[in-house]
Ligand binder design. Sequence first.
Ligand SMILES: Nc1nc2c(ncn2[C@@H]2O[C@H](COP(=O)(O)OP(=O)(O)OP(=O)(O)O)[C@@H](O)[C@H]2O)c(=O)[nH]1
Length: 188
Amino acid sequence: MTNALKKRKIAVLGSRSVGKSSLVKQFIENHFMDSYYPTIESTFAKSVSYNGVEYDCHIIDTAGQDEYSPINAQYAIGIHGYVLVYSITSKNSFDMIQTVYDKIIDFCGLTDIPCVIVGSKCDLSSSRQVDMQEGLKLANRNNCAFVETSAKNDINVAKVFELCLQEIEKRTAPNQGDQAPSKGCQIM
Ligand SMILES: Nc1nc2c(ncn2[C@@H]2O[C@H](COP(=O)(O)OP(=O)(O)OP(=O)(O)O)[C@@H](O)[C@H]2O)c(=O)[nH]1
């Protein structure tokens, strides 16, 4: 397998201020900031070892979505996997996950996408609005992986991206090889 085939593009989506950038920054740079700067869009690269294989991961940190945000082709075409983030302190951000998921599915013309649903800010459990069971149920319903994280306390941050690679590899290996499906958005 050539290096080019091990490149994996992962898009991180979700409502505004749920902690997408903080999650990505903690993963890439190992630090956390309390201040908030809205993201327009940034891409980060990191080599990740999963199951004995080195993957060249390109992580796209996107601007916060609301129910009216269209799914940009950039977040659909050529993307291998998705990280959909809500905050456990915001029921609204949780409700947005199904909306964003359905928009991606619609845009890609697929019935299933490699995806991890993330309940962020789990250090703020005293302000919790979404039970872990609700998150798990949503993930199971959509055939996604699920994890709760804290970028602040570095809880389960690396796990998010391992789970995403797992979801991607589950759908590409072994009999399908590393080829893009004839229909849909996974362009290698
Ligand atoms: N307590 C706590 N606060 C967090 C955590 N993650 C992010 N925050 C805070 O939440 C706020 C928003 O975080 P960002 O990472 O900028 O959120 P975002 O989803 O990238 O925001 P947009 O760019 O607007 O989409 C910041 O003040 C962060 O410090 C966390 O795990 N725990």
